[in-house]
Design a protein around this ligand. Structure first.
Ligand code: NCD
Length: 307
């Protein structure tokens, strides 16, 4: 049985098969509308979520399956002190597959070690968010046509942003990837990523505070919000939260074919005037998330559909 805990749990070939399946589902969703009949997805969300939880639920419903779960730690037995290990043993009796979001780094990994059903990491603290990465890769592949040779700018909270960590890990596997890491000094990517992922793989990258200077170089701009809930003090959050705001004026410095991605939710970092620009694809990105999660559920359950 397979779980998806880290973005690297899928080999490049498995990932490529998964993205192809997502593209097939996107093209003809009706062919897949009963392939999970009788199957149940449990969504175990110990942290707030809109897109991830609801797109997982929509994905399973679109496949003909059903969903059950909880959307906050307070409404589960975690509030009574139950461990993740005990919870997952029980959920394994109620569902065929589960997606777990947890504020503690490593909680979905612990769950997978005690589970008899596939566990999907739907975000663990400031660590990883592999299904957002699948969404991002499908968005880039569908709209750019390829995943290699891209210069990707990550802007905002690169320290706590788990979507950034996961996408960096996934992108270093494609040839000629370059990164421009745009953040305040306090929110630079963690040292372990710089050393074990970027330096170890000899990936070209630069770190800067200057969004305007970076913009003309980019094929993709990946904006992120400052992760308020992971700060130790409110003052630092308030000081840093509006460091970067992408507006029309700054966007005029970017290439005509640059794509703007954002995992959402947006707070202030992209002015709403940017939404009408054809380069702004973050709402399309959220839509791709449903199809890639449909492909992931089918893959982990070992369900195939003849074409
Ligand atoms: C992200 C997350 O939860 O890490 N949201 C999402 O799943 N699309 C990004 C964020 O919360 O900033």
């Amino acid at each position: 049985m397979k779980h998806l805990i880290s973005p690297l749990d899928l080999s490049p070939d498995e990932l490529s098969d998964l993205l192809s399946l997502a593209e097939k589902i996107y093209a003809s969703p009706e062919k897949y509308s009963h392939c999970c009949n009788g199957k149940k997805l449990a969504t175990l969300f110990y942290e707030p979520s809109t897109r991830t939880r609801l797109s997982f639920e929509a994905a399973m419903l679109n496949l003909g399956g059903s969903v059950l779960g909880f959307s906050s730690a307070d409404s589960s037995s975690a509030a009574k002190g139950e461990s993740v290990a005990d919870t997952i043993r029980v959920i394994s009796c109620y569902a065929d597959i589960c997606a777990m979001r947890h504020p503690k780094e490593g909680a979905p990994l612990v769950a997978s070690m005690h589970s008899s059903i596939p566990v999907i990491n739907a975000g663990d603290g400031g660590h990883n968010h592999p299904t957002q990465t699948l969404t991002d890769l499908l968005t880039i592949k569908s709209l750019k046509g390829h995943l290699d040779g891209l210069t990707i700018g990550f802007c905002g909270d690169l320290k706590f942003g788990r979507t950034v960590h996961s996408l960096i890990n996934a992108m270093v596997r494609y040839p000629n990837t370059r990164f421009v890491l745009i953040s305040p000094d306090e929110l630079r990517i963690p040292a372990y990523l710089r050393e074990e992922t970027l330096d170890a793989n000899h990936i070209p990258y630069e770190e800067t505070r200057n969004l305007e200077a970076a913009l003309p170089k980019l094929d993709i701009l990946y904006m992120t919000r400052v992760q308020k809930e992971r700060f130790f003090n409110e003052e630092d959050y308030i000081r840093l939260k509006d460091t970067f705001i992408l507006d029309k004026k700054k966007l005029s410095l970017a290439r005509e074919d640059m794509l703007i991605l954002h995992p959402l939710p947006r707070v202030n970092e992209i002015a709403t005037e940017v939404d009408e620009d054809p380069r702004a694809v973050y709402f399309k990105q959220a839509n791709f998330g449903v199809y890639v999660r449909m492909a992931l559920i089918m893959t982990l359950l070992g369900i195939t559909v003849e074409n």
